[in-house]
Design a protein around this ligand. Structure first.
Ligand code: ADP
Ligand code: MG
Length: 376
């Protein structure tokens, strides 16, 4: 790999990092303006970056598999930048759209966040670029400001209608804590998560599958939720209280009922999970995770045979609870296990995958880590 200096002929002005995430509970609730509970992973996307004063944005990624992408920032427009470079270019576009007088940069990226695995490498990429730009151009923006700009890049420039969880997690998570985020107003609380102190570990099982129907299905599910909220006269499904769910289901067409039931019960599961963490009982998260998976599988219908098998095999191996994390249609599963049993649970899930003829999952251990930051 060429060094930054060899590529650009001058030293970097700084280095920044932004993490991937797993979400403990609260899936597909963010765009319904509900609660989520992510933790940041130790795995990060890192950027070495320097300002340029000639209006050019030069991007290179160790994972991008190509030469330097050179863009003129004056030409940036939604849809104009294909491939991975659209994420960082979209951040620069969103900053300029918001009125920030930013110029060009040389940005060299490297990452150990698995891409396309439901661990939010895309938000990590956006957030590291947003954080680097905020420092390089002295913008004085807060972490939530940068998260919103990163989300705008993904929504409007790349064209993925994601909610705000991934960017808020990558920007705002803290070591040893989960981010209890209200997606409606971005109020957030750091909830301590002491897994090791309770003899527990959180396994991440990346199934390494990503089913193609995912992209269109996500947008269709989101549209279904928005249609249901409008039919119920609500600004968003988050506003539907669990006590009013049965009445609401009676009013809705049958195809929308299960979506609404997932969102309402999932939102309540986030509050339940936070109560267990606040009580210092992280093992009690287990059944909440497993109930969340059943809801994603049976009501929201975003799981797939591989994620279902990972959950079942982890539970059969003695996990306290397990669920898919991320948007679904593949990606990763989290399993809450006794720390001493983590290796055995991972081995039993791997054996179940082999027996089913699937590729072996990749295994990580999730230790709640730090959000986006400057490294040097
Ligand atoms: P996830 O966010 O779950 O990892 P996405 O499909 O949302 O999955 O984002 C993955 C995409 O993000 C990749 O296809 C690639 O375009 C981009 N990406 C992520 N990390 C990098 C990286 N280090 N270098 C280049 N592109 C990256
Ligand atoms: Mg993503």
């Amino acid at each position: 790999m060429k060094t930054f200096t060899a590529l650009y002929g001058r030293p970097a002005e700084g280095e920044w990092a932004a993490p991937g995430r797993v979400n403990l509970i609260g899936e597909h609730t963010d765009y319904n303006l509900g609660f989520v509970l992510p933790i940041a992973l130790p795995q990060t996307v890192r950027a070495r970056a320097a300002r340029r004063d000639d209006g050019r944005l030069r991007l290179w990624s160790a994972q991008g598999g190509g030469p330097v992408t050179e863009l003129r920032i004056a030409d940036l427009a939604p849809g104009a930048v294909p491939g991975w470079a659209g994420y960082p270019a979209g951040v620069v576009w969103a900053l300029r759209e918001a009125g920030h007088q930013v110029g060009g940069a040389d940005i060299r990226l490297d990452s150990d966040v698995p891409g396309g695995a439901g661990l939010s490498s895309s938000a990590a990429l956006e957030c590291v670029v947003a954080t680097a730009y905020a420092d390089l151009y002295g913008l004085g923006l807060t972490a939530p400001d940068l998260a919103l700009l990163a989300q705008r890049a993904e929504n409007a420039f790349v064209g993925v209608p994601c909610g705000i969880m991934d960017q808020m997690a990558s920007m705002c998570c803290r070591p040893g804590a989960a981010l209890f985020l209200d997606s409606r107003d971005l109020t957030a609380r750091q909830v301590p998560v002491d897994l090791a102190g309770a003899g527990l570990a959180l396994l991440v099982l990346d199934t390494r599958v990503k089913h193609d129907l995912g992209d269109g299905a996500y947008a269709a599910l989101r549209a279904g939720c928005e249609r249901a909220a409008a039919m119920l006269g609500l600004p968003a499904l988050r506003s539907l209280q669990p006590s009013a769910l049965a009445d609401a289901l009676a009013q809705l067409p049958t195809e929308l009922g299960p979506l609404v039931r997932h969102v309402v019960t999932e939102n309540a599961r986030v509050e339940e999970a936070v109560a267990h963490l606040d009580a210092g009982d992280p093992a009690a998260l287990g059944p909440v995770l497993t109930a969340g998976h059943a809801s994603l599988r049976d009501d929201y219908r975003v799981s797939c045979p591989e994620t279902d098998l990972a959950v079942e095999a982890a539970l059969a191996a003695g996990a306290h609870g397990a669920r898919m994390t991320g948007g679904g249609f593949g990606g990763s599963v989290i399993a809450l296990v006794d720390a001493a049993e983590a290796g055995r649970v991972a081995a039993e899930v791997t054996a179940a995958f082999r027996a089913a003829g699937y590729a072996e999952p990749r295994t990580l251990t999730a230790v709640p880590a730090e959000g986006a930051r400057r490294l040097a």
